[in-house]
Design a protein around this ligand. Structure first.
Ligand code: FMN
Length: 190
């Protein structure tokens, strides 16, 4: 099973890095699998630490994919790292082992602390749609244009029916990025 989360890490110069990432839970451990090159990978290898944040603020997923990475963070309690300021919950990880791979190494981590900050209030279809659309945006150059168009058209139904202001804002950022990509693709063909 893969959980879509926000992974926060700290660079050697203290700069916080925020990235959406799917994580796996394997027994007591959490596995991160960043594709190379990756700032998350560099930071975890350097600091030996990462925080995994569960959030329903899908603007953070969409924002990171559209150049908006400046989300509020606070220092972690037990590791040299930062976490989101207002997640539903977070886990603090220490790197236990690396499974090397030229494309996508696996970072196997111990969970050293887990905190709940807010209750989970239920599923929202627009939030799920934004996360799916963010994944599409992360693969724009790999997917056929027709597939992107048809999937966005389907996901838009859930946004229209069930979104609140945050979901609408996140959705608009992603659509703007898709439009920009379409424009760039047209330019390349001219
Ligand atoms: C929901 C979601 C899940 C993602 N999961 C991963 C992942 O498991 N590994 C990865 O390398 N990128 C993943 N991405 C894409 C990264 O967030 C994006 O490429 C990011 O910039 C990673 O590179 P970085 O570590 O340099 O920031 C995901 C994106 C989304 C929207």
């Amino acid at each position: 099973m893969i959980w879509e989360t926000i992974v926060t890490t700290r660079a050697a110069n203290g700069r916080v890095h925020i990235a959406p990432m799917g994580i796996r839970v394997e027994g007591d451990r959490v596995v991160l699998a960043p594709f190379r090159p990756s700032a998350t990978l560099d930071n975890v290898l350097d600091s030996g630490a990462a925080a995994v944040n569960a959030t329903d603020d899908v603007r953070i997923f969409a924002g990171c994919l559209t150049g908006r990475r400046d989300w509020s963070t606070v220092p972690c309690e037990s590791i040299p790292c930062d976490r989101l300021a207002d997640p539903i919950g977070h886990r603090e990880l220490r790197l236990a082992r690396i499974e090397e791979d030229a494309t996508r190494p696996r970072l196997v981590c111990d969970v050293v602390l887990e905190r709940s900050h807010r209750p989970f209030r239920g599923f929202n279809r627009a939030q799920a749609a934004v996360v799916e659309a963010a994944i599409l945006v992360s693969r724009l150059s790999m997917l056929p244009a027709a597939k992107i168009e048809s999937e966005l058209a389907y996901l838009a139904i859930a946004v229209e029916k069930t979104a609140g202001p945050a979901e609408r804002e996140a959705w608009s950022w992603l659509l703007a990025r898709v439009e920009q990509f379409r424009g760039e693709s047209r330019q390349e063909k001219i």
